[in-house]
Design a protein around this ligand. Structure first.
Ligand SMILES: *Cc1c(COP(=O)(O)O)cnc(C)c1O
Ligand code: SF4
Length: 347
């Protein structure tokens, strides 16, 4: 059976599931449920219980959530660990900083209502799920507790109807939250709905799950992806080289084996990845996993995230440093999302 309508380009041609990692599937849903959700427990696991006194009350209004496999990649006893800092509630989140607002991207209400966002030519973005396996402190999601399964309950039909009526849309983007929070059966239901939309040639999935819960890329999901008669792009989200381990590598190998081009987007984060060495290491590590860096985002200015912001001049200097040290294809594009622009805005 022909698996693609058009020739596909993969980040690393010929990649297949690596047999060394082809262990039986773990049950990703139970791993999801067993995530750490208590900040004191997280600190105790890392030998950092002394820091518990500095936690904000009630997690600063955004629950802590982090899969145990991701915790295992944090350094024991290191309060400045770059993975820990992405998920640990901080007192600084309670600061009120001018310019940092609840609805930083501007159109979140519209997103939620319609489940589909068509801002850029040729691409429509579907909010497939509001759930995430991890809660990243810098994310706009902290102010929008989306319904758990936005794409359920007839939302897809409406979204797909919009796509059907506009044949300029060649690419459908599944986003969220994390679209891979949906079961593979649900994803299959959705992709069947695409079968009679001949102008859609490409499916893009924006997901952090292959990095934070790589067990999600199990046999059933891999088969679903491989059998899709479309071009496939998976855009991962990793901010630091240390987010990668053999399990993440295995998930990436499976995605590539299923015919997906792998890209990564990162957010530039003060104290986490705002150093040239760190960003160089991230690009190198991504490529080792068969992933190309795509975007380096300037932070969305959401309330509670001001302490993560890196100013534009320093962001630009960092990317200039990357350009002087890396091949061009390993330098991500530095961008900001500006409401009303026809694309992400390059800095
Ligand atoms: C970011 C985004 C896209 C994707 O933009 P690319 O530049 O193609 O990565 C598409 N639609 C919406 C609404 C977006 O916010
Ligand atoms: S949407 Fe992405 S950045 Fe935001 S909490 Fe979920 S995984 Fe993290």
């Amino acid at each position: 059976m022909a698996r693609t309508r058009l020739p596909m380009i993969t980040a690393s041609p010929g990649a297949r599931i690596t047999p060394a990692f082809a262990t039986p599937d773990a049950d990703w849903r139970s791993l999801w449920r067993e995530a750490v959700t208590d900040a004191s427990e997280l600190l105790a696991l890392l030998g950092l219980s002394a820091l518990a006194a500095q936690l904000p009350p009630a997690d600063a209004g955004f629950a802590l959530r982090v899969p145990r496999g991701f915790v295992a990649r944090m350094r024991h006893g290191d309060a400045r660990d770059p993975l820990l800092l992405q998920v640990l509630p901080q007192l600084a989140e309670l600061d009120v900083v001018p310019g940092f607002v609840a609805d930083a991207v501007g159109d979140l209400a519209a997103r939620e209502a319609q489940g589909v966002l068509h801002k850029y030519h040729g691409r429509a973005l579907l909010i497939a799920s509001g759930s995430c396996a991890i809660n990243c402190r810098y994310c706009f999601r902290r102010h929008f507790p989306y319904g758990e399964e936005m794409a359920a309950a007839g939302q897809w039909r409406k979204a797909l109807e919009h796509v059907r009526q506009d044949d300029s849309i060649g690419e459908l983007i599944l986003s969220g939250g994390d679209p891979l929070a949906l079961s593979t059966a649900k994803l299959d239901e959705l992709s069947r709905g695409l079968a009679d939309l001949p102008h859609v040639v490409r499916l893009r999935i924006h997901t952090r799950l292959p990095v934070v819960l790589p067990e999600r890329i199990d046999t059933a999901f891999t088969r679903w992806l491989a059998d899709l008669p479309l071009q496939k792009v998976v855009v991962l989200h990793a901010n630091h080289a240390r987010e990668f381990d053999v399990h993440v590598d295995a998930a990436c190998a499976r995605l590539r084996g299923a015919g997906a081009t792998l890209l990564n987007q990162s957010v530039l984060l003060q104290g986490i990845n705002d150093a040239a060495d760190t960003l160089v290491a991230l690009s190198e590590r991504l490529f080792a996993a068969g992933v190309l860096p795509y975007y380096l985002h300037q932070l969305d200015r959401v309330q509670g995230a001001a302490h993560f912001e890196v100013d534009d001049a320093r962001a630009q200097a960092l990317v200039d440093a990357l350009r002087s040290r890396l091949p061009g294809y390993l330098v991500p594009k530095l961008v900001r999302e500006v409401c009303g622009d026809p694309s992400k805005r390059p800095l």
